[in-house]
Design a binder for this molecule. Structure first.
Ligand SMILES: [Fe+2]
Length: 278
């Protein structure tokens, strides 16, 4: 049983393979950032963003924490303080053409369906929480703003799945940077909030932390949501999370990552991939 009367969760953390940190570093970062839970998400299209790191429960972790696997989510009780940390495992899911990105919180093995409706259906069928990731930043255009045509499609999807999906507010969509790059489509988080208000859909802020190395763990918890609860049991964490989000019964903590974090986590890898592609 968790001890605090609220829990804080950052829903979007991407562990990378062959980074120089391990599970113990992730748990320590959570404690430092006063997070109780973390959505650990692999990609369903790229293998270097993987849950291998969070599943590596080594001697050092066991020395410091009691470990429980409850319905596929991992709970760690600090042996000294009794504090419980939870890792909710899931995926970031895209269709083969990268039309949209969805977060599947608490559900794994989602197929790379062509149609967004099929992706949403499979996550819901597996009892996961569906979050429409940075809906106004287009993965097909290196996260520049979506076209008018795509905006219309987004509106229809949100209308159709109202009450079943949340929209994401993204800590890495830096407004100052997007402002000096006008073709980037302005403040996408503002647009997300406007759409959410219009359709009465919840917005959840997440850090979208691409943790490529240990230093980057310091950005964890830049965004999180805080949910009030009274004596919640571990087995219920996902259902409490969904109920709280869809009843708008949570607090949002929004902020942006630093420019240097953005640069090393997104801009540098992008430039490198372009150079490698020739
Ligand atoms: Fe992401």
């Amino acid at each position: 049983m968790m001890e605090r009367d609220s829990f804080r969760i950052d829903l979007q953390f991407h562990p990378f393979k062959n980074s120089e940190y391990g599970l113990l570093d992730i748990l320590k970062a959570m404690e430092e950032k006063h997070l109780d839970a973390l959505g650990c998400l692999e990609y369903n299209w790229q293998r270097n963003v993987s849950l291998v790191v969070v599943r590596e429960i080594n001697k050092e972790v066991k020395k410091n924490y009691l470990v429980d696997d409850v319905d596929g989510n991992l709970f760690f009780t600090n042996k000294k303080t009794g504090r419980v940390l939870c890792l909710i495992l899931g995926q970031e899911v895209a269709s083969p053409n990268q039309e949209w990105h969805f977060l599947s919180i608490g559900a794994l093995g989602i197929m790379s369906w062509q149609k967004p409706e099929d992706i949403i259906k499979e996550i819901l069928d597996k009892d996961g929480l569906v979050v429409f990731d940075h809906p106004f930043a287009d993965p097909q255009r290196f996260f520049a703003g979506i076209t008018k045509q795509k905006e219309e499609k987004l509106f229809l999807l949100c209308e159709k799945y109202k009450g079943k999906i949340a929209l994401e507010w993204n800590a890495c969509c830096l407004p100052r940077l997007r402002k000096i790059l006008p073709f980037y489509g302005g403040e996408v988080n503002k647009k997300t909030e406007e759409l959410a208000r219009r359709l009465e859909i919840p917005v959840v802020p997440t850090t979208d932390l691409h943790a490529m190395n240990k230093d980057m763990l310091s950005a964890m918890g830049t965004c999180f949501i805080e949910i009030l609860f009274d004596g919640m049991h571990c087995e219920k964490i996902l259902s409490v999370l969904k109920e709280s989000i869809f009843s708008f019964n949570f607090e949002s903590h929004k902020d942006y990552v630093s420019f240097s974090h953005f640069f090393s986590a997104f801009a540098v890898p992008y430039i490198k991939s372009k150079m490698a592609a020739g």
